[in-house]
Ligand binder design. Structure first.
Ligand SMILES: Nc1ncnc2c1ncn2[C@@H]1O[C@H](COP(=O)(O)OP(=O)(O)OP(=O)(O)O)[C@@H](O)[C@H]1O
Ligand SMILES: Nc1ncnc2c1ncn2[C@@H]1O[C@H](COP(=O)(O)OP(=O)(O)OP(=O)(O)O)[C@@H](O)[C@H]1O
Ligand SMILES: [Mg+2]
Ligand SMILES: [Mg+2]
Lengths: 237, 237
């Protein structure tokens, strides 16, 4: 059956998009049939995958091909100029997901840094949520608000928005604050924190500037290896 | 006369809050009378200044004291649990600014990473805007949308939202992508890019975890010195 996962955190710049593209590509590399939905009107996931779009392959519905059994729903913002001109149609998105149910194993969704109509659309579409948390000070502060939003979403949309885990990102093990945040997270949230963590690695930034994932651009890098660990943890359930 | 400056960029995690607190504190250290408004319901600026709040000093109106002639309007979110319970009342905020006009030299405003009612309130209240841009790939992509929003704001609110400049943040001069982004910014935007830039410096993260600015926690650090340069550039006009 189709499993679906959304990256959500209203705190900005914590690695939602970077995690979404690596989760989607990593799952596809294991042979699974995967779609990546970019629900952020800013369209960073669409930009970050530019170097992997297969122009010569016929798309399915409004999806474009990123490789064998690997599809992208480009951002609504990629077509409109100003963000506030685009609105989300959750029923249409749900209809698209239903039509793909038998030809996909995984759906991965990226969202903007806010719990507005786009943020909520992501929670409604997916049964699991990963909350990336940057291993820096501000990140802890917004987390309780984010987890409260998830509780609200679960009460409104049955079977959706189950917390798969909190993912520490941009971790720098030479920085005391990073270590403190990791300890804080594990002390406060226990096993809600995933075993995997993503180290800060500028190769991931470089990969993005080439429109590719770390798996494609620098598979030997620490960042790519961290995401490979995450894929293994997610598949092992 | 009162000068007002808002930090805006709908891209998340680019250093809006970090720049707002250093701009406000830095201007106060030059002897100017300064207020910092935290218009982000997440309240990161309010959290980042926790270590500087003067409990024993009588507040002015709903402002709390951060030091001599240095005030904070705490985030609306600091009081409410879930973000979507708070709404912004721009007329009340404008009324507060008008009542402070004769006792302040500078107003600095922090906003969330979105052009919603809070983002627009910041643009309406301030005559100048600084757009922090992280020296990494995604940052360039959302910039044209942000600059288009500023054009729209200027046409709607006479005398407001003039672009003071784009500020490169988290610059790492050992990283090729950082250098590329700086060159891209200067080539595309010319003198709309400020002369100052903020280097990536983990001391700024550490300072935040102590509820202080770099000026208070580590005035000798590269991050604090970069912000001192910025203050000088802003004051010199
Ligand atoms: N592990 C990492 N190491 C170094 N840089 C990283 C890492 N993960 C992400 N980045 C970089 O940090 C920046 C923010 O990451 P990203 O855009 O994925 O965050 P986001 O949460 O999606 O942001 P937004 O809130 O705007 O949607 C990007 O420039 C990205 O390339
Ligand atoms: N120059 C810098 N060097 C290193 N770290 C920095 C720098 N500036 C900011 N940071 C850190 O990067 C993270 C993001 O910065 P900040 O919260 O100021 O961004 P923001 O744009 O306000 O985010 P949001 O979009 O969520 O409001 C914070 O953890 C902050 O401590
Ligand atoms: Mg993103
Ligand atoms: Mg902020």
């Amino acid at each position: 059956p189709l499993e679906s996962l959304v990256l959500a955190n209203q705190k900005g710049g914590v690695g939602k998009t970077t995690t979404a593209i690596h989760l989607a590509h990593g799952l596809a590399l294991t042979g699974a049939r995967v779609a990546l939905f970019d629900l952020d009107p800013q369209g960073n996931a669409t930009v970050a995958m530019q170097g992997m779009i297969q122009d010569d392959v016929e798309g399915q519905e409004i999806l474009v091909s990123l490789g064998k059994d690997f599809w992208l729903l480009p951002s609504p913002g990629a077509r409109a100029v100003l963000e506030h001109k685009v609105t989300v149609d959750v029923n249409k998105l749900q209809g698209l997901v239903d039509s793909l149910k038998d030809s996909l194993d995984w759906l991965v969704v990226d969202c903007p840094p806010r719990m507005d109509e786009w943020g909520w659309a992501g929670l409604q579409l997916c049964d699991q949520v990963i909350v990336p948390v940057q291993a820096e000070f501000f990140a802890m502060h917004g987390l309780s608000q984010m987890l409260a939003s998830l509780d609200l979403a679960r009460s409104q949309f049955a079977g959706k928005a189950k917390l798969r885990g909190v993912l520490p990102t941009m971790v720098d093990l030479t920085e005391p604050v990073s270590i403190e945040v990791l300890e804080d997270l594990r002390r406060n949230l226990g096993d809600q924190v995933l075993n995997s963590m993503i180290l800060r690695d500028s190769h991931l930034v470089e990969a993005a500037s080439h429109g590719k994932t770390g798996f494609q651009h620098c598979p030997w890098s620490e960042g790519a290896l961290c995401y490979a660990e995450l894929i293994k943890e997610i598949i092992d359930g």
